[in-house]
Design a protein around this ligand. Structure first.
Ligand code: NAI
Ligand code: MG
Length: 332
């Protein structure tokens, strides 16, 4: 089988980590046809838009896409976030953020959780306005039955696939009675279809505290857009930080995998960008397209590099992006 993979390098260190991932993919026994597509501020400067339609078409006609990072420019009228727009245009409704312990002194042991974040609605629906001569700002938090149902079902399906036996539904329904109330009610209904999985409810503020107190207790968390954004950034700090945090954006028709970090302008060209986050996003992509054996090989190559200290400076090593990529390739 030939896989079509779209590479979206983007800005800053994006092209460096995507080139590293491409090399690693080429070292695996897979038949892949790569396409490169434009996204980000560089694309805007070259083409007048940070997200050309041709990029969306390329992603739609691929098995999956791998995205680096983009730079958000200073206020340019009419500029929009290509990341948020891409998620909405492709209806990439599920943002998956795994947090797993790594064999490194900076990582807490015993953590293996997945945060399943709704990725298209909630407080990031994009419905905002100013009133009263700019003295009153309003953002609408849109929660729908359809949006809640599909994200909760995704979380329970993933729990079932992974043989997990509990899912935390995180909300603030005691205060946000309508929006979180609907999310919670839908979650309770969906959970009935999964009798072997326990549904636990937690208020988002309690969850933020519990994550710090005892992160090991969590297996799968499902929550709305903003809550998931914050909790998942919090969680990644237990296990090595931004250099190793990966994520997936999954829709019914398309999927985009990416490191959590941004374009890190000060690191460009220094060789200090840790490619691990992008490698782990690549492993998630391989699992998604069904290449679980290659994904497992890639994961174990990365872990072995980390365990032996063959890493970039953010993890206390001395290797450059290219050198670490070589070490991972050797192990494949
Ligand atoms: P950032 O994630 O680029 O950097 C935050 C810190 O982490 C910096 O100290 C950086 O050096 C370090 N870091 C990031 N990636 C690393 C890697 N692979 N290896 C080692 N260290 C790494 O976030 P920041 O500085 O807030 O934003 C920079 C630009 O990136 C902004 O224009 C921002 O809008 C954009 N951004 C884009 C994202 C995306 O494309 N999904 C996500 C976050 C920020
Ligand atoms: Mg974030």
């Amino acid at each position: 089988m030939t896989y079509k993979i779209t590479l979206l390098p983007g800005d800053g260190i994006g092209p460096e980590v995507i080139a590293a991932a491409e090399q690693v993919l080429c070292a695996l026994p897979l038949d892949i046809e790569f396409t490169r597509a434009e996204i980000g501020f560089g694309a805007y400067e070259r083409l007048g838009t940070p997200l050309p339609d041709s990029t969306l078409d390329a992603i739609r006609s691929s098995h999956a896409a791998l995205f680096g990072a983009v730079t958000t420019p200073p206020n340019i009228p009419g500029y929009f976030s290509p990341v948020v727009r891409m998620r909405q245009k492709l209806d990439l409704y599920a943002n998956l953020r795994p947090t797993r312990s790594i064999p490194h002194p900076s990582s807490r042991p015993g953590i293996d959780m997945l945060i399943v974040r709704e990725n298209t609605e909630g407080l990031y629906s994009g419905v905002e306005r100013l009133e009263d001569d700019g003295n009153r700002a309003i953002t609408e938090r849109i929660i729908t039955r359809k949006g809640s149902e599909r994200i909760v079902r995704k979380a329970f399906d993933l729990a079932r696939q992974a043989g997990r036996n509990k899912v935390h539904v995180v909300h603030k329904a005691n205060v946000l009675r309508q929006t979180c109330g609907l999310f919670r009610a839908v979650a309770l209904e969906v959970a009935k279809e999964y009798p072997e999985i326990e549904m636990l409810e937690m208020l988002v503020d309690t969850c933020a505290m519990e994550l710090v107190r005892a992160p090991e207790q969590f297996e799968i968390i499902v929550t709305t857009n903003l809550f998931g954004d914050i909790l998942s950034d919090e969680a990644c700090m237990f296990v090595g930080g931004l250099g190793v945090a990966a994520s997936a954006n999954i829709g019914a028709q398309a999927s985009v995998f990416e490191p959590v970090h941004g374009s890190a302008p000060p690191l460009v060209g220094t060789g200090k960008a840790n490619p691990t986050a992008t490698f782990l996003a690549t492993a998630m992509m391989l699992e998604h397209i069904g290449e679980t054996e290659s994904a497992a090989r890639l994961r174990s190559a990365i872990e072995s590099c980390i365990a032996e200290g063959q890493v970039t400076p953010d993890l206390g090593g001395t290797l450059t992006t290219t050198e670490m990529t070589e070490k991972v390739k050797c192990r494949l």
